[in-house]
Design a binder for this molecule. Structure first.
Ligand SMILES: [Zn+2]
Length: 467
């Protein structure tokens, strides 16, 4: 009898272990890009996503669906939702005849789609350019991996999560391009290239006529319009990596090539940076990275160092920005906090103090009437930029001052672990994490437990008049 039970147990265990493990969605297929007339044609299959009826597929609102098919090639009906949960995309669902279920969620769905975007020559400027734009200019095409949804992207409403981190097997055809790159793999030669990522990656893509170089293990993609010579990655770059890794766990970047991308903005005046799976992209910043990467004297490049640590931290904490009402706040605050304490380590306390004074002043200048002391009133009275990039980092610095750096880093790293597991992060979870770390830390030394609620922790201004 015991043997029989053991046998049955083994069968049950085998049955469960042989079921496919749901992790990140997988994506395969082909896209064709024409950089001279701004067209994109995609035939992309999305699989291995959670079969949650309260979900949708996001696709950039400039892309038009020709048809949707299931794994047997059957054409599926679809509806576009009135409102999309994300600005740059439209959201699609597959309706079901069965009144009990909300939507039909097949195990695999193929999108056949096409779109045409304006191409700006060097002499023309667009009114606006931004990260989520699918941007075409003389040099080629650029699309980030999260906002622009150039590839169909799975979305779950229950946790407000964009499942942009995918494993993929993609072919890209671009006849007029010299090179193509998808974040998570490496730069490849055009006109036809195949890209694979076995580890979850945010599929930011560039395809065009670029200058390509390679320095100290990093590949560099530059817009052809740049007259200066290629980058030279100096020793300062390793300072950025070392400093970031000394504060946050950084497994996301393991064993994959690192890529810098520097491109022009379509509007000719805005500039910004972002991070997508082992890639730091700088758009319209001219030579922001170059002097720094040439290994110049670090003292002259505090801002560059601070930008790069901020972006590198994003690469280490990619799941933190995937969804939920607190995701932007936590994602940006953590990156900025790591950047601030790195400045302190490399340039000294006085430089950090100056930075904190700048942050404090910018809140009181922009919001003179409000007395912003804690997260609760910051969320009500500050704009989103100030919440994410100013108040959030100041709150983490307050934790650092009150409870110590080890405490704060423990809090941040357990936050990253939770986000990797896809756990929905809300205020209650943050509070319970604080109290757990507090209890653990108390084993070694006395720490006040009076501030148990992250929304109530008072951020006190440092005295900027003291020399
Ligand atoms: Zn950021």
């Amino acid at each position: 009898m015991l043997r029989m039970i053991n046998f049955l147990l083994c069968v049950v265990v085998l049955l469960f272990t042989s079921l496919p493990v749901l992790g990140s969605p997988t994506m395969r297929g082909t896209i064709i890009i024409d950089i001279s007339d701004g067209t994109i044609t995609g035939d992309i299959t999305l699989e291995n996503f959670e079969r949650d009826e309260n979900s949708a597929y996001l696709l950039n609102h400039g892309l038009n669906i020709k048809e949707l098919r299931d794994s047997s090639g059957v054409i599926l009906k679809y509806n576009r939702l009135q409102e999309s949960p994300r600005y740059e995309s439209s959201a699609y669902v597959i309706p079901t005849n069965d009144k009990k279920s909300r939507n039909y969620v097949p195990s695999s769905v193929s999108f056949h789609y096409t779109g045409k975007f304006p191409v700006y020559s060097n002499s023309e400027k667009s009114a606006k350019d931004w990260k989520g734009n699918i941007a075409f200019n003389d040099s080629g095409m650029r699309a980030d991996g999260l906002q622009s949804a150039l590839f169909p992207t799975f979305f779950t409403f229950k946790n407000d999560r964009v499942h942009d981190l995918v494993t993929y097997d993609l072919t890209v055809i671009c006849a007029a391009c010299s090179h193509i790159y998808i974040a998570g793999d490496k730069v490849r030669s055009a006109p036809k290239a195949t890209f694979t990522a076995a580890l979850p990656s945010s599929p930011m893509i560039v395809a065009g006529k670029y200058k390509i170089s390679s320095q100290q293990g990093a590949d560099i993609i530059e817009s052809n319009t740049k007259e200066e010579n290629h980058f030279s990655v100096g020793t300062n770059w390793s300072d950025v990596i070392e400093s970031t890794k000394s504060y946050v766990s950084c497994e996301m970047v393991k064993n994959r090539p690192f890529v810098f991308v520097e491109l022009d903005s379509l509007d000719g005046y805005s500039g910004w940076m972002w991070a997508s799976t082992n890639t730091i992209v700088s758009v319209g910043n001219g030579s922001t990275l170059k002097p720094f990467l040439r290994g110049n004297n670090l003292e002259n490049h505090v801002e560059d160092f601070s930008f790069l640590v901020h972006e590198y931290t994003h690469l280490c904490t990619e799941t933190l920005g995937q969804g939920g009402p607190l995701s932007l706040l936590l994602n940006e605050s953590v990156a900025e906090y790591v950047s601030l304490i790195s400045i302190e380590k490399v340039f000294g306390q006085a430089v950090l103090k100056n930075k904190i004074c700048e942050l404090q002043n910018s809140i009181s200048d922009a919001f003179p009437a409000s007395r912003v002391k804690n997260l609760k009133n910051a969320m009500m009275s500050l704009d989103v930029f100030s919440q994410n990039y100013i108040f959030g980092p100041l709150l983490l610095l307050q934790l650092d001052r009150s409870y110590g750096r080890d405490f704060t880093l423990k809090f941040i790293n357990s936050l990253i672990e939770k986000s990797k597991k896809g756990i929905y992060i809300n205020i209650n979870l943050l509070n319970s994490m604080l109290s757990t770390i507090n209890k653990e830390s108390k084993k070694n030394k006395e720490i006040s437990t009076s501030e148990g609620n992250i929304e109530e922790i008072e951020v006190t201004n440092i005295d900027c008049n003291l020399k």
